[in-house]
Design a protein around this ligand. Structure first.
Ligand SMILES: NC(=O)c1ccc[n+]([C@@H]2O[C@H](COP(=O)([O-])OP(=O)(O)OC[C@H]3O[C@@H](n4cnc5c(N)ncnc54)[C@H](O)[C@@H]3O)[C@@H](O)[C@H]2O)c1
Length: 437
């Protein structure tokens, strides 16, 4: 029986054994979803701390509860391991390893390379492999495939390979892995079809595209679209401040137009694993073919400058109160890169903290998701919000608008609040001491 027919039957009957490589924000929800649908899943990770936690039924991702993990473990269909041998007994391998930036702001695909080398050692006849990590076009073909070929096996005869970008949005209560349509691109119709079939077991809509490069660059287009629009609205907010116009009200009015406009919102800067990294992946690849991504580079530059602008605004607010930066007491509300997640990666709060520390501000913070902070030589515990703590501050800055915070207490007790997220307007809290971005 051909590999194609065999895999098709196994997937349809839910007899295909799946291994997810990398159990992070992306990989863990995928692994659990396949388990829930009746598949046997191996969760393979190199991080032993994460493995220990999962084996104890503990989650390290907000969107996934401990009870969800322990419930899945009870089915005996979810095995968590650091032993790559499980790759050899799998029918489908889904790779979700990190693709961060190197210090010199270039793509770091070393995790994909290392994981592919490991996979190559255990690859066997009859498997489908899908890469999900966000990356530049050509990674699946030029980096992953040559590694897998070192196994001596032949693509399309012995195994299939495809790329499918992950679109998960941690902390989003409306859209999760199962109801976000998925794009998949194999090297030929059969590869795409097998991938489409595999994901259709857990996702409502799966869209096949012609090749891995289309799928790879689809993800970069989506995120670049966001970067450019966020850059535009951040610049627009800066302009509106100079013009003494409320940018939030402008956006609210503009979005009443039923076509041709999509609201994006300003904030303290961009963060997370995707938005700051993806333009670097795109522009790096563009340079390789002698192309300059001017729009993307400019948007990235504008966005990078936002935390400095926030600090400038803080300086103006202190000046108005005749308070110097050095020694000023400032409390940051929220330090994660976006609301309701426990992810600090590339958070603009870190740039703001670094800049304020350089100015010798007496800084403290509150974040229900980050009990302890150890960054830029700063070690601090999240402070409990009390009227007394708030009253002691010269300024409170809302950097991240987590849901589980009593904003009325802040408005009532802080001397001045700098709201970079327009959360007080959203909560319909009006107070003279609130300064909008
Ligand atoms: N976090 C998001 O919101 C998001 C959304 C869409 C796409 N992505 C992309 O998905 C990919 C994964 O992101 P993430 O946020 O899940 O990262 P993460 O750091 O949370 O998880 C990655 C996991 O991979 C493990 N790992 C590394 N090398 C490994 C190997 N050789 N074998 C097995 N496990 C290995 C790490 O230990 C870690 O647990 C990245 O490319 C990212 O850009 C992330």
């Amino acid at each position: 029986m051909s590999v194609y027919i065999d895999l098709k039957q196994k997937i349809k009957k839910k007899k295909a054994i799946i291994t997810v490589m990398g159990l992070g924000y992306v990989g863990l929800p995928i692994a659990l979803e396949f388990c829930k649908k009746g598949f046997s899943v191996n969760g393979l990770d190199t991080n032993l701390r994460r493995i220990r936690k999962l084996r104890k039924g503990m989650s390290y991702i907000n969107d996934i509860s401990d009870s969800e993990i322990s419930g899945i473990l009870k089915t005996k269909r979810f095995k968590v391991t650091a032993d790559p041998k499980v790759l050899n007994v799998s029918d489908a391998v889904i790779m979700c390893v990190p693709t961060p930036l190197r210090k010199i702001k270039e793509p770091d695909i070393s995790y994909v390379v290392r994981a592919s080398k490991v996979l190559s050692r255990y690859l066997r006849h009859g498997q489908i492999v899908v890469l999900e990590s966000t990356t530049y076009p050509g990674t699946t073909r030029d980096i992953m495939l040559p590694e897998l070929r070192k196994s001596g096996l032949e693509m399309d005869k012995d195994f299939y390979l495809a790329f499918s970008p992950e679109r998960i949005d941690p902390g989003n209560p409306k859209y999760s892995f199962v109801n976000i349509p998925k794009v998949i691109g194999g090297f030929n119709k059969r590869g795409t079809e097998l991938g489409r079939l595999l994901y259709s077991s857990v996702i409502r809509k799966v869209v096949g595209v012609s090749n891995p490069e289309v799928a790879e660059v689809t993800k970069l287009l989506e995120n670049t679209f966001r970067i450019v629009n966020i850059g535009l609205i951040n610049e627009f907010a800066h302009l509106c401040h100079k013009l003494k116009i409320d940018v939030w009200e402008v956006i609210k009015a503009a979005k009443t137009k039923p076509f041709g406009f999509m609201p994006f919102y300003p904030g303290p800067g961009i963060g997370g694993h995707c938005i700051p990294a993806d333009p670097v992946y795109l522009s790096w690849k563009a340079r390789k073919v002698g192309f300059e991504t001017r729009m993307v580079d400019l948007a990235a530059k504008v966005n990078r400058g936002v935390p400095a602008h926030i600090v400038e605004r803080v300086g103006d607010m202190l000046k108005e109160k005749k308070i110097k930066f050095a020694g000023a007491k400032i409390l940051l509300m929220g330090v994660t890169y976006k609301k309701d997640v426990n992810d600090l990666r590339e958070s603009p709060a870190l740039d703001i903290i670094e800049a304020l520390k350089k100015k010798k501000v007496k800084l403290s913070y509150h974040d229900p998701f980050i009990p302890y902070l150890d960054v830029h030589g700063i070690k601090a515990r999240s402070r409990k919000i009390t009227p007394a703590l708030l009253k002691k501050q010269d300024l409170v800055i809302v950097v991240t608008d987590h849901s589980d915070i009593d904003y009325s207490v802040i408005a009532k007790n802080a001397k001045v609040v700098f709201d970079t997220r327009d959360i007080f307007e959203k909560k319909k809290i009006k107070s003279e001491n609130i300064v909008k971005l």
